[in-house]
Design a protein around this ligand. Structure first.
Ligand code: SF4
Ligand code: MG
Length: 323
């Protein structure tokens, strides 16, 4: 039957006036039905670009290579009609910043029913309205909130509306791109719990994207950490978070030690410096300018993602050769 999603050697390059920006530089992974993968990394590491590439939501003119098989169909090779059907009904995405993703002058019920009517997954407006009320209750909002406008809801409620909208056509894959970043810590925990519950109840496969590694460990089976457009470490989520092998993962884990601890968020002591400019990547290991363990060879050789024990793979010369 194969995995639900198979991403193979995905490469995405934006073309800016100043030159080419390679945002994703050869990423491969698979996602089984019902499984959840967390993708972590600082902003600019390519995680959102990858999420958007999976549903082909990138700006026209962007170069995308490799393959993305969803239910065995190559998303990158699809004609526009097939692609529209796949979005929403097979795979849906929840973006961060619900305020911008919702239409301010349309009632939320109408916004949630739009994809159902567009893709004819509900036979009538009345059936769609019934489904909207069900969806709202599933995401923890009273069904009568359907008549509210976005500004009448709190940030957390709006994020729940976006989740309801993503679920409207019953997709098998839900991609959540920083779905809780703009929310305060309490509401963030509630939205995460909601996603975890929906995943189990609906047997959803999920890709969960965030810069904060600590929020992923409760929600995801597996984690992949991205740096400069590549996966630098992947493995089972608890193991990876609690005993990282790659120096970048250690830094990221130290930057956000625990969810719900605002003090720890203010002090990202685990990582000094900034991520590299994709147009001018450092030689060798792209992490070397920020890596406390860097050696001379790190400036000359780019490490490959290689087995690092158990279900773990890491792209670090020290992990490959611990002597
Ligand atoms: Fe650090 Fe070298 Fe490993 Fe890169 S290869 S993460 S620079 S030790
Ligand atoms: Mg992003």
């Amino acid at each position: 039957d194969g995995p639900l999603l198979l991403v193979d050697d995905l490469r995405v390059t934006y073309h800016a006036r100043s030159g080419d920006l390679p945002a994703v530089r050869g990423v491969s992974f698979e996602l089984e039905r019902g499984a959840s993968l967390g993708l972590a990394g600082e902003s600019g590491c390519g995680k959102s670009t990858m999420a958007n590439a999976i549903l082909r939501l990138l700006p026209a003119g962007t170069t995308v290579d490799g393959s993305v098989l969803l239910h065995g169909q190559d998303v990158l090779a699809m004609k526009p009609g097939a692609l529209r059907a796949v979005r929403w009904t097979e795979g849906a995405i929840v973006f961060q910043g619900a305020l911008h993703a919702l239409n301010p002058v349309q009632r939320i019920g109408a916004q949630i029913s739009e994809p159902m009517l567009l893709h004819r997954t509900q036979p009538s407006k009345r059936a769609a309205a019934t489904r909207v009320a069900e969806l709202l209750e599933q995401v923890g909002l009273p069904g009568d909130r359907a008549s509210a406008y976005p500004h009448q809801l709190s940030g957390g409620q709006r994020q729940r509306v976006l989740i309801a909208m993503a679920l409207a056509c019953d997709p098998s894959l839900l991609i959540a791109d920083e779905p809780t970043t703009a929310l305060d810590v309490m509401v963030q925990a509630q939205v995460l719990a909601l996603l975890a519950r929906l995943r189990v109840e609906r047997g959803l496969s999920m890709i969960f994207i965030t810069h904060d590694l600590s929020v992923l460990t409760d929600v995801c089976d597996d984690l992949a950490v991205m740096y400069a457009g590549r996966i630098v470490e992947e493995g089972r989520s608890g193991e990876l978070f609690h005993s990282p092998r790659h120096p970048y993962t250690s830094g990221l884990a130290a930057a956000f030690p625990t969810i719900g601890d605002p003090a720890s968020r203010m002090n990202p002591s685990g990582l000094g410096g900034d991520p590299p400019d994709p147009a001018h990547l450092p030689t060798g290991c792209p992490f070397h300018p920020r890596c406390a363990l860097a050696e001379d060879r790190c400036r000359a050789h780019a490490p490959e993602l290689s087995p690092a024990g158990d279900a773990r793979r890491a792209a670090c010369l020290l992990v490959e050769d611990p002597t």
